[in-house]
Ligand binder design. Structure first.
Ligand code: HEM
Length: 484
């Protein structure tokens, strides 16, 4: 961690305006009042920001209203900010809309870095560790086998699997959180996912993010924003019902995250030796964090994997043959991953090509600092463009092509440059859960089924749709059981 070469204002000069961004930092031309607003509302923002990086370099600036943003587009600069100088860049920018969806900034994902936030994240991290240590494998295995039955029941009819993937991923999280899983048709699940999905897609829309930079617009009617608020209210009611149910049972079922949090509501902070207490709002927002963070991401990743495999059937065959020759028909354990290098290479290549959180979550400079030698003042918004870093031609040979082999020895893939879960103080809280899920779901699916396009001409679009999560466009697939 370093804050070298960063000017600090003496107290006597604190009435001066705050220092501004290094003027030599490159960036596209700005429009009066709008700044670079037009760049930020482009279709498929990760691709657009990556195109700008080829012109302006791996670090450049954009302005939007009164907000200054620095976009980081290579793993080297992202690592410098998020890992090496983690305490300088661990903040989250306050935002009007973020405050509205995070119960006033009390979620882990949108809360700013502070002593209280750190304690909240640490308590949840250790509760997650406790509740997954023994059961994670069996929770995912159960969902993978349930998904198998659902796919068998389709009897090779062309189907869109996105909802089944969402249900499987969501059931892993709800089992860990409340000890409950749901059928796809259950009204409770439809309700929960209906509103979480809406929140994720509405919140990423330019009609809503514009409210963060242009406060005057908040006075005008904004139907997408009104819808967002309605969905947030619906989400809160559903989560409250779940938490009340667990509390009524005294949190005694044990083994679940919520029960663990209820039993350990108070922890002693190592630094201050003081008791740290989680409030009801923090408990509530933790559940939202895990459901939103852990459902659409994993589900979108599975949809991307099937979409790419439809384009490249020989990769499916290679994974199937590896699974069969190593495990002789058995299902794998996560500990078998070292014996399945091609399957792991496929997982890494999908995380590289389609990082499902392509722009991570915006960071904020907590103090004056620097990145790549450029001065970055306190409160600057920093966007890690993970999609751009994963397509950096300086690091990846032929970065746009799908080549799992690049992660096999000597294949030109660098695991160090792969950062799909971000890094440092804000590293994805569910990274461990996600890695076990991606491995087991993919292994089970490819052991049991062959995925075929509806017709040779109808292959899925591989560009996708980018909101907060990078998703596939809807497509249909034929799922053929493998003869075992
Ligand atoms: C944050 C990626 C699955 C919970 C993040 C971030 C990324 C990410 C890039 C932002 C890091 C940053 O701000 O620098 C992914 C990917 C996943 C995945 C690629 C799966 C393929 C999960 C799962 C959970 C989860 C399964 C929960 C069980 C969270 C939370 C945060 C987060 C709570 C906020 C962390 C913070 O602000 O401190 N994730 N994630 N994610 N993720 Fe994930």
């Amino acid at each position: 961690q370093s804050t070298a070469a960063v000017p600090k204002l003496p107290h006597t000069l604190s009435h001066l305006p705050p220092p501004s961004l290094s003027p030599s930092l490159p960036g596209p031309p700005t429009l009066p009042l709008l700044g670079n607003m037009l760049d930020l509302t482009r279709d498929h923002l990760p691709i657009h920001l990556t195109t700008l990086a080829r012109r302006y370099g791996n670090i450049y600036r954009l302005y939007c209203g009164s907000t200054t943003m620095v976009i980081l587009n290579s793993s080297e600069v992202i690592r410098e900010a998020l890992v090496k100088k983690w305490s300088d860049f661990a903040g989250r920018p306050p935002s009007y809309t973020g405050g509205k969806v995070s119960g006033g900034g009390w979620s882990i994902s949108l809360g700013d870095y502070s002593k209280g936030w750190k304690a909240h994240r640490r308590i949840v991290h250790s509760a997650l560790h406790r509740c997954t240590a023994d059961s994670l494998h069996s929770v995912i295995e159960k969902q993978a086998l349930h998904l198998k039955q659902v796919l068998l029941d389709y009897r090779e009819r062309p189907v869109d699997l996105s909802e089944d993937f969402t249900v499987a991923a969501s059931n892993v999280i709800t089992t860990l959180a409340f000890g409950k899983s749901y059928e796809k048709s259950s009204a409770e699940l439809q309700n929960l996912h209906g509103c979480l999905n809406e929140i994720v897609s509405l919140w990423g829309s330019p009609w809503i993010s514009v409210l963060d930079s242009f406060p005057l617009l908040r006075r005008l009617p904004n139907p997408p924003f009104s819808r967002l608020m309605k969905e947030v209210a619906r989400r809160d009611e559903l989560i409250r019902d779940h938490l009340d149910e667990v509390k009524k049972g005294g949190g005694k079922e044990g083994g679940t995250l919520t029960a663990s949090l209820l039993q350990h509501l108070e922890e002693t902070s190592e630094e201050t030796a003081q008791k740290i207490t989680l409030t009801d709002t923090q408990m509530h927002m933790t559940t939202v964090d895990l459901l939103i963070g852990g459902t659409e991401t994993t589900a979108a990743w599975l949809s991307w994997t099937v979409a790419f495999l439809l384009h490249r059937p020989e990769v499916q065959t290679a994974v199937y043959e590896e699974l069969f020759s190593v495990l002789k028909g058995q299902y794998p354990q996560y500990s078998d991953r070292h014996r399945l290098p091609y399957l792991c290479a496929l997982i890494n290549e999908m995380l590289r090509l389609r990082p499902v959180a392509p722009l991570a979550v915006p960071h904020k400079a907590k103090r004056n600092s620097s990145i790549a030698g450029y001065f970055i003042p306190e409160n600057t918004v920093v966007i890690p463009n993970l999609f751009g870093a994963h397509h950096d031609p300086e690091v990846w040979t032929d970065p746009y092509s799908f080549r799992p082999e690049r992660f096999l020895e000597g294949g030109g893939g660098s695991l160090r440059a792969l950062m799909p879960f971000g890094g440092g103080a804000r590293l994805c809280l569910g990274e461990t859960i996600a890695k076990v899920e991606l491995f087991l779901f993919t292994a089970y699916l490819l052991r049991d089924f062959q995925f075929l396009p509806e017709s040779p001409e109808e292959l899925p679009d591989l560009r996708g749709v980018a909101t907060v999560v990078l998703k596939t466009k809807p497509y249909r697939v034929i799922v053929r059981p493998r003869a075992q």
